[in-house]
Design a protein around this ligand. Structure first.
Ligand SMILES: Nc1ncnc2c1ncn2[C@@H]1O[C@H](COP(=O)(O)OP(=O)(O)OP(=O)(O)O)[C@@H](O)[C@H]1O
Length: 685
């Protein structure tokens, strides 16, 4: 997709390539027509199986037709491999694209980038040619017109490093709107992760701009290609940090031909019902793994010790189950199962003893009798007294409103201060009217699963910015994906939450994916080396154990640090934004959350037309200049970034230096830092 890609061969060859593109497009249109016009078989009958099959057929049809639509701005192929004669069946040349296209006879015209024969496009080198003679990369206009190509011969003398030039041009192509795919230039270390098998899970630690998000999204597309059947049963979910981020990445998978992947935030998925906010310390404690033990104890404290037996009457006959027999049943069931099945089993086991008594008297009761006894009043009375029905909200409401109950459940797990942070100052009268925070809803989720096992059948889970998730959130996500696998992406240096787990071992442990392969990406593609070197001065303070990333490119005048006084501060911000708007691509002004709207007003007063990120859904599509609250910058990138007053970003939150590291690493080409207060010590050295 590089406009500037130039032809090394004559125009005839470019014309021939264009003619091939036209032929491939016509073939795709024919494939679409074939599927679109096809009747979907409908099986008669209305039972569940038949309905299920009809619905599945309909879904498959819709998916297939959508996948075959020729998107006007997505080129049909982006590369070509010329193989040695006879290397692959009957073909000595393949075109590689985002999906498979064949001609009327079924012969392939474009091969899906995920197919095994496409692998050398990403992996073949001059020292390991994999039978490839030539790699060709194409340049396209924004409307998918072929503008040129560059050749990289893998034999003969080296002309120049065409691959690097192509990668650089691709990275620096000005951004307009949401994130694009990187399918034409996936790097070998990224490709290893994209094509790693579905199991075991994969965890990627990577510095800013090393391509973690891109790897996660391409990996989903790859897995849906190789494991479509398995994954279509359980589904795939991508979890990102917030709506602005999801909006930013939303077009990548559709461009790769995958339209049916759910992309959500953890709050939307698990905490829909959240209405209350937590103090930071309460949120931290609520996210801590020790809460799992506290909740477990609180729940099981509802199971009491029987103080009476059961007397069951049928006509004139009476059957007695003694108190110590009930006690024995309770202690054998206690904590050996989840809470609700334990409660049911208690009634069934008491009923079973009654049945044995009946048999001792030569009666011959059957299962129906056992069920009837289990549901009878005397059995239910003991069941309700000893093992009452409970609701998650009831347990949590009591825990946060009753200091003694909390102290008992907490035992040695929580300090007095931590318990005080959890207790509500004004508890709701009843659990039904309690207002829950996002962290509470995750605890409710944990309780719900301890009461009744949740299904956990998700096929694959991608967690982006996973360094920010709490232990309790990770447990909730892991439960949804018990048999499936995960791709966990993040950077410990960018952890900004108070409840962050702090190490990948811990993250994977809470997620119950300790078998995951942990890999590291350290080549920074997004951020020019001068900027990454500058930001990395913060690493000894924020993540001393992490390696220092290396930027793969330098860009002239990439970084400027400008000191201003109170009076000139706004003018300098406006000037920096105007200068960057004079070039191409996206521009962001990033400031502390509580400063951003005032600065946005100043930009408007200076005649600029910025949008405020987070105000709606798709601001980055509509305008080149966005004002970004520092707390929403994570995961995003812009061609040019103007950072206002770093000291204020740092002061705004306990992990403010981590936040600043995130903010400083959003720029693809230029970063201006404008400040009146001194920069953090590490940066001013
Ligand atoms: N192989 C590649 N080819 C072209 N561009 C790439 C490649 N890898 C990364 N990039 C560029 O780097 C950008 C950053 O990628 P991505 O957002 O996936 O990084 P990240 O590691 O998730 O960063 P962060 O930690 O800041 O969220 C991409 O949008 C793209 O511009």
């Amino acid at each position: 997709m590089v406009d500037s890609a130039h032809t090394l061969a004559g125009t005839d060859e470019l014309e021939a390539e264009r003619a091939f593109l036209t032929e491939a497009r016509a073939a795709l249109a024919r494939m679409y027509g074939d599927v679109f016009g096809r009747e979907i078989p409908v099986i008669g009958g209305e039972d569940n199986d038949e309905r299920f099959t009809n619905e599945a057929n309909q879904r498959a049809y819709e998916q297939r037709t959508r996948a075959l639509i020729d998107l006007p701005d997505v080129p049909l192929f982006f590369g070509r491999l010329d193989y040695e004669a006879g290397a692959i069946e009957e073909l000595d040349r393949i075109y590689i694209g985002r999906r498979h296209v064949h001609d009327g006879t079924g012969a392939p015209l474009v091969i899906d980038w995920r197919a095994p024969v496409s692998v050398p496009f990403y992996r073949a080198t001059r020292s390991d040619r994999q039978q490839v003679l030539l790699r060709r990369r194409y340049g396209f206009s924004d409307h998918a017109e072929l503008t040129g190509f560059e050749d990289e011969p893998l034999i003969g003398t080296v002309v120049a490093d065409q691959a690097d030039a192509f990668l650089r041009a691709e990275i620096e192509r000005p951004r307009t709107g949401p994130m694009r795919d990187i399918v034409a230039t996936i790097q070998p270390e990224q490709d290893d992760l994209v094509r790693a098998p579905l199991h075991p899970s994969v965890c990627v630690q990577g510095a800013p701009g090393t391509g973690k998000t891109a790897v996660g999204l391409h990996r989903v597309a790859y897995l849906l290609y190789t494991e479509r059947e398995r994954l279509s049963r359980g589904g795939v979910v991508i979890v990102g940090p917030n709506r602005s981020f999801l909006s930013y990445i939303r077009k990548v998978l559709p461009a790769l031909g995958e339209v049916d992947v759910r992309q959500t935030t953890i709050d939307e998925w698990i905490s829909q019902a959240a209405v209350a906010a937590d103090e930071p310390e309460a949120a931290r404690v609520k996210g801590d793994a020790r809460m799992a033990t506290v909740l477990h104890r609180a729940l099981w404290s509802y199971v009491g010790t029987p103080t009476a037996g059961v007397l069951y009457s049928k006509g004139s006959r009476r059957y007695r189950v003694h108190e110590d027999e009930v006690r024995e049943i309770v202690s054998s069931l206690r904590e050996s199962t989840r809470y609700a099945p334990g409660r049911n089993a208690l009634a069934q086991r008491i009923a079973h003893v009654v049945l044995v008594r009946m048999e001792e008297r030569a009666e011959s009761p059957d299962d129906r009798v056992q069920n009837a006894v289990a549901r009878s009043k005397p059995v239910r009375e003991v069941q309700d007294a000893v093992w009452p029905r409970v609701f998650p909200q009831q347990v949590l409401h009591r825990l946060f409103s009753d200091a003694d109950f909390l102290a008992q459940a907490a035992g040695d797990e929580l300090t007095e201060d931590e318990r005080a942070a959890l207790l509500w100052t004004k508890p709701a009268r009843s659990w039904k009217s309690a207002k829950w925070s996002a962290a509470d809803t995750v605890l409710l989720d944990e309780l719900e699963d301890s009461i009744e096992r949740s299904s956990g059948s998700l096929g694959h889970l991608v967690l982006d910015e996973a360094q920010d998730l709490s232990a309790m959130q990770l447990r909730a996500l892991g439960r949804r994906c018990r048999t499936g696998s995960a791709t966990v992406l993040g950077d410990l240096a960018q952890a900004t939450t108070a409840w962050a787990a702090g190490s990948w071992d811990r993250v994977l442990g809470h997620l119950e994916k300790s078998d995951a392969v942990v890999a590291e990406l350290d080549r920074g593609f997004r951020v020019p080396a001068q900027i990454i070197d500058f930001a990395a001065k913060l690493l000894p303070d924020i993540a001393p154990t992490l390696g220092v990333p290396t930027g793969v490119r330098t860009v002239e005048a990439a970084l400027s640090v400008i000191e201003a006084d109170e009076r000139s501060f706004v003018d300098k911000l406006v000037d920096a934004c105007k200068t960057d708007l004079g070039g191409e691509g996206s521009v962001a002004l990033i400031a502390a959350d509580d400063q951003v709207s005032e600065l946005m007003d100043a930009l408007v007063a200076a005649g600029l037309e910025p949008a405020l990120l987070g105000a709606g859904e798709e601001e980055m599509d509509a305008t080149r200049l966005v004002c970004v609250p520092a707390s929403l910058a994570k995961g995003l990138e812009f061609d040019a970034v103007v950072v206002a007053e770093p000291a204020r970003i740092v002061a705004a939150e306990p992990r403010g230096l981590h936040r600043l590291y995130v903010v400083l690493t959003r720029a693809v080409s230029r970063l201006h830092i404008i400040h009146t207060e001194p920069l953090p010590a590490a940066l001013s050295q």
